[in-house]
Design a protein. Structure first.
Lengths: 290, 411
């Protein structure tokens, strides 16, 4: 009797699990579908933007080769390097800004703390590109809209407002006991040392999170790059390049290369994530010991 | 302490800004020649080594003709469709000379960014262009550019399926082979309406007349389109499906422009045929389809510091030499009357077809601001017919609705 009951519970669990897995499987297929399609298209040998079959009839890696060798019309390697440079610089800068501001707001007490947090909250409610044209004219007044200074301009644009996005990191820092800071202060640590030697090592997950988002923002941005680069094709970022490939003059020739480019831009993000994800686990298990 | 650091930072920023603007402003003349910095924008293709560097070649030839100026050219990339947006966004920081598509003319004149041509320059433009192409860059009686290329769409077909006699009528073609048309694209679809007497702003220049896409004549066309869409030999060309169909043989004719000529040539080889638009049979009568036509033109920035050299360069980029080079290097179809009379150039099928389309089966695309309201309603008409929501039962009211929205300013 008892055994039978157990058996039926087991069966029920099995049925439940099967249903859940079947649903998840279908959802996974639906979700991964477009990505698989882009990857397949990037290896497609037939030209053109439209094909009548889902799977390519023949495969090739020429699309990738063309992307890096056919540079007279769209110079993909240069766009890639431009974007990488801008993204890395603004990633470092804005990660620093975000973490430093979060630390200050979490640990220090000063008069403007509350007003600053309110102001940041309100400013954060507006989309960044609202100020696009104003930003452009300010940069132009500073002479930063021509030549290589455009890279600097973009780095400033991407990292300048970063400090407004402190909420998540501040929330994390708040969970670290102040007692730890006080103990360090008694031992003669400066605020800077507390920040670098105690707070940061204890908050690896949030550091990783901040770095990843700070990298992805400029890496994928289109609208600011478009407004600021204008006709300076040697300063174009990947997003502008990929967009150009879809214009009516180029789309037939470049569509498969566009897919190849779309696959390639995911490489640095994936690499950064794979390298950093082990710290996620480390950081979470670390916390504050005894 | 903190305050001091802040003021030092601000001060250094300001000086840096001043220094940069100061540096770009200097312009010394030496040994009698005037040194000039001209910024020129063109599409990437015109500057690419693979395609013969049309822009650089022409600019260098121009510099040689004018030893009195010591010109430094600064090249930028902006294609004809997007240059207007860039120039009107910030004319001061834009090119002195650029290429634009004539339907963007109003965008730039509204921003006071486009210079008028006058005097001997105007005479030169008038002498080398047909009336239609001159009209395409004229607004309120003023000429705003030097036309250098024809911009329109026409028909590509498979010669092994259709004869030259067949391609004169769309309905004859549909009996013999499969035809694709960009049915849901409002740059193409009005062709049928124009064929049956519909008009936009009178002859395209009088905004007060509005769009006339209503009444019995328009309803007839809508009904024709509904039947056309359900014809088994008709395909809707969308997202490149037409050219893909030519490649695999499932489609025998498409409507597109010179930018697809290379791809069609590759797909059809010797069987590639090019022709102006066909007629279609409406209630037993033959009606001619009319495409939107325009030109691409060289424009001069109204805010240019070096107006005279800029205007001279614009004229040069649109002269016979530059247009011929443009045609030889990139198959750009010229507007220059001397070139269009040239037997060699006219023997090119694509040029002949475009020229024929421009002269016979097209209307000049209006460049009035009101034109902006005319795109979406027509596109919705095409989409409505495709998805079956517009039928013979409601075609009259749907056509009236299209006409109404084309004449309203609302979004």
């Amino acid at each position: 009797m008892k055994r039978e009951k157990m058996h039926s519970a087991k069966t029920r669990r099995f049925i439940n699990n099967s249903i859940v897995h079947a649903v998840l499987g279908v959802l996974a297929v639906i979700w991964v579908f477009p990505i698989v399609w882009v990857i397949l298209t990037s290896f497609r040998a037939e030209k053109g933007s439209y094909v009548s079959t889902f799977l390519p009839k023949s495969y090739t890696i020429d699309n990738y080769i063309k992307l890096f060798t056919d540079t007279t019309i769209l110079d993909f390697p240069q766009m890639f390097m431009n974007t990488l440079f801008i993204a890395v610089c603004s990633c470092i800068l804005s990660t620093f800004y975000v973490l430093a501001v979060s630390y200050c707001l979490s640990r220090l007490r000063f008069k403007l703390r509350k007003p600053y947090m309110n102001m940041a909250m309100i400013l954060g409610l507006f989309p960044g590109f609202m100020s696009m044209i104003a930003v452009y004219f300010i940069l132009k007044a500073l002479g930063m809209t021509e030549g290589n200074l455009i890279k600097l301009a973009l780095i400033l644009v991407y990292s300048g407002g970063a400090a407004l996005g402190f909420q998540i990191a501040k929330g994390f820092f708040d969970t670290i006991p102040i007692a730890v800071d006080e103990a360090a202060l008694l031992d003669g640590c400066t605020r800077w040392q507390i920040f670098t030697k105690i707070t940061l090592p204890l908050s690896k997950p949030i550091v990783i999170y901040t770095t990843l988002t700070a990298f992805m923002g400029p890496w994928l941005d289109f609208i600011f790059a478009k407004v600021i680069c204008r006709a300076n094709s040697d300063q174009y970022t990947i997003a502008i390049g990929l967009w150009k490939m879809l214009e009516k003059e180029y789309i037939d020739n470049w569509y498969t290369c566009f897919a190849a480019g779309a696959v390639l831009i995911s490489v640095p993000i994936a690499a950064l994530f794979l390298y950093m994800q082990r710290y996620y686990v480390d950081g979470l298990s670390g916390a504050v010991k005894g | 302490m903190r305050k001091k650091a802040l003021s030092v930072l601000l001060a250094s920023l300001m000086t840096a800004g001043l220094a940069v603007t100061g540096l770009t402003g200097c312009n010394n003349s030496k040994d009698g020649t005037e040194s000039i910095r001209l910024m020129v924008w063109s599409p990437q293709g015109d500057q690419s080594k693979d395609q013969g560097e049309w822009l650089q070649t022409c600019c260098n030839a121009f510099a040689e003709e004018h030893p009195e100026w010591d010109i430094t050219f600064v090249y930028g990339v902006a294609d004809e469709a997007s240059s207007a947006g860039q120039v009107s966004q910030d004319a001061q920081a834009s090119a002195d000379v650029f290429l634009y598509a004539n339907d963007n003319l109003t965008t730039m004149t509204d921003a006071d960014a486009l210079a008028k041509f006058g005097g001997k320059y105007l005479d030169e433009i008038k002498a080398s262009n047909s009336e239609t192409s001159l009209a395409s860059v004229t607004k309120d009686g003023e000429v705003y550019g030097v036309p250098f290329a024809i911009n329109t769409w026409f028909m590509f077909y498979d010669k092994s399926v259709f004869t030259e006699e067949d391609v004169k009528n769309l309905d004859t073609m549909l009996e013999k082979g499969v035809v694709a048309f960009p049915f849901t694209n409002s740059w193409y679809l009005p062709a049928f309406y124009f064929g049956n007497g519909c008009t936009l702003f009178g002859d395209g220049t009088d905004a007060s007349l509005g769009a006339d896409f209503g009444g019995e004549k328009a309803r007839e066309v809508t009904d024709y389109l509904i039947d056309l869409e359900s014809n088994p030999n008709f395909r809707i060309d969308d997202l490149g499906s037409g050219i893909a169909g030519l490649r695999d043989g499932s489609i025998n004719a498409i409507f597109s422009g010179s930018w697809d000529a290379g791809a069609v040539q590759e797909a059809l080889g010797d069987n590639m045929g090019v022709a102006a638009l066909p007629t279609y049979t409406l209630n037993g009568e033959e009606k001619q389809m009319y495409s939107y036509a325009g030109t691409k033109a060289v424009g001069v920035n109204a805010q240019s510091k070096y107006m005279l050299p800029a205007v001279e360069l614009a004229i040069f980029l649109g002269n016979e030499y530059s247009q011929r080079l443009h045609y030889e290097l990139e198959n750009v179809v010229p507007t220059h009357t001397a070139l269009l009379a040239d037997g060699d150039i006219l023997s090119n099928e694509v040029v002949a077809a475009i020229n024929d389309t421009f002269n016979r089966t097209s209307i000049l695309q209006p460049n009035l601001a009101e034109m902006a309201n005319c795109w979406t309603p027509v596109e919705n008409m095409g989409k409505g017919i495709r998805n079956g929501s517009i039928t013979h039962e409601n075609s009259a009211e749907q056509t009236e609705m299209m006409n109404e929205t084309m004449n309203s300013d609302g979004i």
